[in-house]
Design a protein around this ligand. Sequence first.
Ligand code: IMP
Ligand code: MG
Length: 184
Amino acid sequence: MHEDIKEILFSEEQIQQRIKEIGAALTEEYAPVAARGEKIVLLSVLRGAAIFMCDLAREIKLPLEMDFMAVSSYGNGVKSSGVVNIVKDVTTDLTGKHVIIAEDILDSGLTLSYLLKNLGSRNPASLAVVTLLRKDVEPQAAIDCKHIGFTCKNEFIVGYGLDYAERYRNLPYVGILKPEVYSK
Ligand code: IMP
Ligand code: MG
């Protein structure tokens, strides 16, 4: 897999260091919530964000629940259309709980915009977004993020959960694919 990568944008060490920082910040921010005995739910959208969520969960030193959703977005599969179909819903009752969505990458923001509306209607005590990456593009839907790991240039990237045709998710770093990989 490594030979298909043109450039490494964020190394394994950089990613893990940043997740430690975000985890520490969330631990501080949500400590009062936990002290009141209120529940925290860490939620991710399969499949890309699962790896980030699992690493982040271990850096949040508070009791929390973990749950997953899976969505499919209608469209050509490359660009997000904003019309989202929930393929797998959470099984946790979110009412009165503090929900933290861990996202892999924020591009157009359309998927998250839909999800925030949907999850918001379930009466959580609070709803926040944490994203590992944000593409340096003008978003079609503005998303308010509590924490952003890194901002990256507007190129198609893979690794650390992100795929091209379901490959490269298990790379420990984030990088840009060589163009010849697409044209194969
Ligand atoms: P959007 O914000 O609705 O445009 O969609 C964001 C989702 O598209 C992310 O959660 C990723 O799953 C996927 N995505 C966006 N950009 C990339 C990329 O560069 N590589 C791999 N997946 C991407
Ligand atoms: Mg995603």
